[in-house]
Design a protein around this ligand. Sequence first.
Ligand SMILES: *[C@@H]1O[C@H](CO)[C@@H](O)[C@H](O)[C@H]1NC(C)=O
Ligand SMILES: *[C@@H]1O[C@H](CO)[C@@H](O)[C@H](O)[C@H]1NC(C)=O
Ligand SMILES: *[C@@H]1O[C@H](CO)[C@@H](O)[C@H](O)[C@H]1NC(C)=O
Ligand SMILES: *[C@@H]1O[C@H](CO)[C@@H](O)[C@H](O)[C@H]1NC(C)=O
Length: 396
Amino acid sequence: MKFLFAALFMFLVASPCLCVRIIADDQILLFNVMNYGAKGDGQSDDSQAFLKVWQVVCVATHQGTPVVLVPKGRTFLLQPIVFNGPCNSASINVQVEGKLVAPESVAWKWPDNNKDTWIKFSDINGLVINGGGTIDGQGAAWWKCCSNRPTALHFHNCKNLQLSDLTHINSPRNHISVNSCDGAHISNLHMFAPEDSSNTDGIDISTSSNIFIRKLEIKTGDDCIAINSGSSFINITDVACGPGHGISIGSLGENGEYATVEEVRVHNCSFTGTQNGVRIKTWQGGSGYARKITFEDIHVVAANNPVIIDQHYDAYDAVRGSAVEVSDVTYSNVHGTSAVDDAIQLNCDNSIGCTNIMFYDINITSSAPGKKTYASCNNAHGRFSLSTPNISCLLY
Ligand SMILES: *[C@@H]1O[C@H](CO)[C@@H](O)[C@H](O)[C@H]1NC(C)=O
Ligand SMILES: *[C@@H]1O[C@H](CO)[C@@H](O)[C@H](O)[C@H]1NC(C)=O
Ligand SMILES: *[C@@H]1O[C@H](CO)[C@@H](O)[C@H](O)[C@H]1NC(C)=O
Ligand SMILES: *[C@@H]1O[C@H](CO)[C@@H](O)[C@H](O)[C@H]1NC(C)=O
């Protein structure tokens, strides 16, 4: 009964047209963008139609989850667009079954409050985005022309985000950024951009906690996943990365910044032909820490720098004697082949060093026949056992 009233109310509030379909059994309200003026022909600008839907959905007050439907078989051209919360529903589902495309030209119309993102979701709780569709950032023109480029999909100040079952291609810069979020499940995404498209990270995480990433395929031109300052309790599992630059913590501490990352677990991930495997990179002159980090069940195939800690990430002109502290890092069951001979590089700061770095059950051989791998160290402290190569700078 309560639902019926809510639905009726919604109907009155929401209906510039007779376009709200009510599916009573699972209490879902469906908002099809086609009913709000979207053309879905890939040529017309559908941004206003999407914003119109959002205005209606965001104020919806009925029980259950309103669903914004982006129907399949159609292509929706969106200019840079911001979907703002907070919204009334505890959860909103954006079901992308069709394709979203950015304009092909770099001369986008920017909204006043957002000059660096194509699609931004801000201040929304319980946002669910899925549907099996495709998001195409049309980045090719940007890669050629500009160092200042937009992120394709940006989540800011979100709570309990769920993002799954999408293909995401050719972002002008990083494909997804998750910033100031608490609680996110990101799964079953396929991300593709050419190997030589610079800065096309898969997912960038910053100032966020309780982020769970599972089952992604990422082949792009930069980091598959980067975990930046202010992040903690990040679980990454079942990610197939490569080509790309691997999974990175950092870079941290640029321009003398205080940076923190802790409680990160990277599990069952593969790195095929990547520029790095699992990497921690910090700048000299910074402060703070990267600690309590575990890399477990990692498979490398002809990866460059399969295991690397670099506390001299761009040492040029840096302040010396201070660094982001790296400690309590565990590598266990890391195996496969390296395209470089120094398969394990622990390049720690001369004064601060890295502490409690643990290796168990490592077997990284050379991808070149007849060559041997080795570990190189600078001021690294910890232990190893069962390791090829022998990490003789650590205690056995
Ligand atoms: C992350 O991994 C740790 C260690 O396995 C586990 O205890 C924790 O529950 C995981 N967190 C999530 C959100 O899955
Ligand atoms: C590990 O991840 C791969 C995807 O890269 C997946 O196919 C496989 O099932 C995962 N293995 C386990 C034991 O979860
Ligand atoms: C390490 O891997 C190589 C190549 O797969 C294999 O031949 C070798 O037996 C492995 N060593 C250990 C100690 O498992
Ligand atoms: C590792 O190398 C060191 C120094 O070369 C040597 O003393 C040690 O026995 C080696 N350990 C293993 C487990 O091979």
